[in-house]
Structure formats: structure tokens, C-alpha cells
Design a binder for this molecule. Structure first.
Ligand SMILES: Nc1ncnc2c1ncn2[C@@H]1O[C@H](COP(=O)(O)OP(=O)(O)OP(=O)(O)O)[C@@H](O)[C@H]1O
Ligand SMILES: [Mg+2]
Length: 228
């Protein structure tokens, strides 16, 4: 069956804002009269066309723990294998989509919410979204997970658990040094808390060889129903 021509080609239109439906919003909706428009394609149609479905891997950990490094290596491996994958790096998103947000708890929550919504769209489109974002609060990470669960999309929380001491030793951006001098009061791990995941899907430690971590993540992605 070719995508878009099958009987009932698209998803059933959900009630606007109904919990668990694709059109549901995580925030009080300010546009209650807007009705969800169901397209002709489902995520399954797109997966069939692309040769595999999308998924989100969410890398959380202290600044300088290695989130971007591991996520970028995984992105390169996936794309090298012909799988669409895209790194949604927290630092990069703050240059555009999230450029209006700071580091207060409220802004961090909004940063997470927007990023989760973008990742969900990528995953729904058939892409493996690789999010590298400190993501210090468990509640915000849980929301990102539930938004994917609502849509039936695989979501894996990857905790890059490099110790604070090691992160501070690396400090490639000099952020820890600045925080210790009192110039960055909100740096996670110094002036702002990091709530470590209690049940991450995968833990990558600071001393794990990169290739080994990528291999394990590929395997977990396959087991979660995503492409490998
Ligand atoms: N497994 C590793 N072993 C040794 N050094 C590493 C490892 N992974 C990353 N690094 C180094 O640690 C530093 C921080 O890595 P990276 O930028 O990926 O961290 P991050 O978690 O994305 O940080 P941030 O939250 O600030 O974006 C870099 O200099 C990187 O080269
Ligand atoms: Mg990074």
C-alpha cells in the first residue's frame, strides 16, 4: 500500500486537546477554537517510506558530561548507515528557537517543553531525534517522555553520568570556573540543582569508550522499536 492512498489514509481526528491524542497540548491552550487537522499519513506510513521509524534519545547530564559528544557520534553513525537522524543540541537551540529563554526554573522548563515538542515532531516524521540538553529537572524529563508515549513514539532517556569532579576538570567552556568565581550563579551542578535520573533507560559513564557507548545505544534503539 502506498503511503497516503490507503483506506482512511490518516489518523482519526482527535478531539482538540484530548489527553493522549496527537493534538493534545501540554499547556493551557490559548486557542481553544482551533481544531486538529488530521493529515493523510501516519507515522507508520512515513516509517514504511523511509525504511524505519523515528525515535527520540534524550541525553541528560551535567554540563561537560559528554552529552553532545556522544549524541553527535551516534548521529554520525546512524546517518552513515542511511538512517535519518538529527542532533537537537540545547546550546544550538538557544541560538534560535529558544533564544528568548534564560536559565530560571521557568525558562528551563519552557526550554524543555519546546525541545520535547520539536523532538516529537522529528520522531513522528521518521527521524531519530538526538536531544543533548542538561535537563536538570526530573518532572520536565517525565513530560518529554509522556509526550512521546502519547504519540506511540519510542523515547529513551540516556543519562551521561560523568561525575561533577570530572566535568569540572574538563570544563571546556570555562563555565565551572566562572561559576566558582560567582559569575554564573545558575550553573547546574554548582548553583543550580541536577536531579539525577532514578531509572534511566541507558547510563553512559564518563569513562566509557565512545565507540562502546554508541554501540550500546544503537542496540537499545533497535530493542525500543527504533531503527538501527
Ligand atoms: N568519554 C569522554 N572522555 C573524555 N572526554 C570526553 C568524553 N566525552 C566528552 N569529553 C570531553 O568533555 C568535554 C565536554 O563534552 P560535551 O561538550 O560533549 O559535554 P556536554 O555534556 O554536551 O556539555 P554541555 O552541557 O556544556 O553542552 C569536551 O571537551 C569533550 O571533548
Ligand atoms: Mg553540549
Amino acid at each position: 500500500m502506498s503511503a497516503g492512498t490507503g483506506a482512511g489514509g490518516g489518523t482519526a481526528p482527535p478531539a482538540a486537546g484530548a489527553p493522549g491524542e496527537a493534538g493534545a497540548s501540554t499547556q493551557a491552550q490559548r486557542s481553544p477554537d482551533v481544531v486538529w487537522h488530521a493529515g493523510r499519513l501516519t507515522a507508520e506510513h512515513r516509517a514504511a517510506a523511509l525504511g524505519g521509524g523515528g525515535a527520540t534519545l534524550w541525553f541528560t547530564g551535567l554540563p561537560a558530561s559528554g552529552k553532545s559528544t556522544v549524541a553527535a557520534a551516534l548521529e554520525a553513525e546512524l546517518v552513515g548507515r542511511g538512517r535519518p537522524a538529527y542532533l537537537l543540541d540545547g546550546d544550538n537551540l538557544r541560538h534560535g528557537l529558544n533564544g528568548d529563554l534564560g536559565f530560571s526554573p521557568e525558562d528551563r522548563a519552557e526550554n524543555m517543553r519546546r525541545t520535547a515538542e520539536v523532538a516529537r515532531l522529528f520522531a513522528d516524521a521518521g527521524v531519530v531525534a538526538l536531544v543533548s540538553l542538561v535537563s536538570p529537572y526530573a518532572a520536565d524529563r517525565a513530560l518529554a517522555r509522556s509526550r512521546h508515549g502519547d504519540a506511540g513514539l519510542p523515547f529513551l532517556e540516556v543519562w551521561v553520568s560523568t561525575t561533577l569532579e570530572e566535568c569540572e576538570r574538563r570544563d571546556p567552556k570555562g563555565l565551572y570556573a566562572r561559576a566558582r568565581r560567582g559569575e554564573l550563579p545558575n550553573l547546574t551542578g554548582v548553583g543550580s540543582p541536577y536531579e539525577a535520573p532514578e531509572h534511566p533507560d541507558i547510563e553512559v559513564t564518563g569513562d566509557e569508550p565512545l565507540e562502546q557507548a554508541v554501540e550500546r545505544l544503537l542496540r537499545a534503539l533497535g530493542e525500543a522499536g527504533g531503527p538501527t
